[in-house]
Design a protein around this ligand. Sequence first.
Ligand code: ADP
Length: 266
Amino acid sequence: MSDREQFLISEEPYYREVHKEIELYEAAYAVRMPLMLKGPTGCGKTRFIEYMAWKLGRPLITVACNEDMTASDLIGRFLLDANGTRWQDGPLTTAARIGAICYLDEVVEARQDTTVVIHPLTDHRRTLLLDKKGELISAHPDFQLVISYNPGYQNLMKDLKQSTKQRFGALDFDYPSADIESEIIAHETGLEQEAASKLVQIAHRGRNLKGHGLDEGISTRLLVYAGQLVAKGIDPKAACQMTLVRPLTDDPDMRDTLDAAVSTFF
Ligand code: ADP
């Protein structure tokens, strides 16, 4: 299988549009604008980029960024093998060569000296320097860079530099309105709309506690987990405790508060 084929998404991912983001993305892709998807964890950013890659018929290469990541992890490195040394492209280089959409998830986690390697790919140059190899590659015309960014996590010590931020257009994501979120949960889990809607109402209670004891609200992803357990016949209360309460906090008072919200509905 060629590199390009293995990164193509063959089946249409389910994505429920929330506010014209598909049209905006298509226009941005048409001019190959680098994009930043902003929003809390588990609100649909990854699903959206999978859907767009499928819709545009482009390969998608996703990289989960972390603080130990070096520029070589993105660009590539020389490896030792029986015949000596061999160059291996990193995911960013592969994406630039084959014309993929490269999605750098949580890029802010990466060190700043790692982040700057993407700069020449995000302006008119559209190039990537493989410094260790002594090669300058020009990105394939189809290549696009997309990063995700969770505004909630940032602090002064750890944020993207303005010189990086201002290379991207941005789309805001958030948990969808109650109607749409219930529709998503019902679709993803096979639950009836009514049960899905109860889960969403519990999430709303939990989200109100953000900043008042909880660092993050209950994500759409966790609601999908809850729905999947309920659809399997698990008692809804136990399912909610396992997926909507326990993962979020270890604080006994917070757990009591969230458990009480669950008991209101189930
Ligand atoms: P993020 O990348 O923002 O952390 P994901 O894209 O992984 O979050 O979303 C988590 C889950 O929530 C998805 O796997 C999907 O089941 C569901 N989801 C969230 N928003 C949508 C949406 N608009 N359409 C379809 N599914 C969604």
